[in-house]
Design a protein around this ligand. Structure first.
Ligand SMILES: Nc1nc2c(ncn2[C@@H]2O[C@H](COP(=O)(O)OP(=O)(O)O)[C@@H](OP(=O)(O)OP(=O)(O)O)[C@H]2O)c(=O)[nH]1
Ligand SMILES: [Mn+2]
Length: 198
């Protein structure tokens, strides 16, 4: 590698690191008063950071995808707007965040149905984030039930998430395999619960 391309590479790395730190800082600030819904009540920011880490573990290293993963719940769940994300992080990241954001002005039933409907046609970048998001929520759900969720609601979330995930398949075998393991564990737990009743 000659001197110029080495310097270019270092500058690119510095820009990527800066972008990721700015995305993490923005997300932490926006989610600062939110907690996860289960009895651990961990800070909400743990979830977007874990989603980003799950993508890295699945060998997805694209800076725009990782930044969008860190930001993925800001527009849906805080006062962040698509315009602000675009101004701060650029059109590509804003577009991915938009693709993974539910429109919270719509009734819940409609939002959930739209996720199933849209899953097959969103971009591969958005599909990867949604796979990691569902993997994280389902893994947490297997371990601990959110406060106030009856077993029936947990069942419904698993069934709905499976329908969304099936529409997202084809972008990352590692994430899909981990999701299949979670679905298998859930089915196993349900079988055991059934046989202990019988
Ligand atoms: N499993 C789990 N989920 C929790 C917890 N705390 C907060 N959540 C969030 O709750 C959402 C799922 O709950 P729902 O009641 O179905 O969704 P809603 O927020 O859209 O109404 C997920 O949002 P999301 O990330 O936007 O994903 P999704 O709704 O698109 O799946 C998830 O991140 C927790 O302790 N455990
Ligand atoms: Mn999420």
């Amino acid at each position: 590698m000659d001197k110029t391309s080495k310097a270019d590479g270092q500058q690119e790395t510095a820009q990527s690191v800066a972008l990721l730190v700015r995305a993490m800082d923005y997300s932490a600030e926006k989610h600062k008063d939110q907690r996860r819904k289960n009895s651990n009540k961990h800070p909400y920011i743990n979830h977007p950071v874990r989603v980003a880490r799950r993508l890295i573990d699945a060998e997805i290293n694209d800076v725009s995808i990782i930044a969008a993963a860190l930001l993925h719940d800001t527009v849906e769940d805080t006062d962040a707007t698509k315009e602000e994300i675009k101004n701060l992080f650029g059109a590509e990241i804003a577009s991915i965040v938009d693709e993974v954001s539910d429109d919270k002005t719509l009734p819940k039933e409609v939002r959930k149905q739209l996720q199933i409907q849209h899953a097959p046609s969103i971009s591969p970048q958005a599909k990867a984030i949604k796979l990691a998001d569902k993997l994280d929520n389902l893994t947490e759900l297997l371990e601990k039930t959110p406060i106030g969720w009856e077993p029936e609601r947990v069942e419904q979330y698993f069934d709905w998430a499976k329908a969304v995930v099936d529409g997202l398949r084809g972008v990352n075998p590692a994430l899909e395999q981990q999701l299949d393991e979670v679905f298998a564990k859930k089915a196993d737990a349900a079988r055991k619960a059934c046989s202990s009743v019988a």
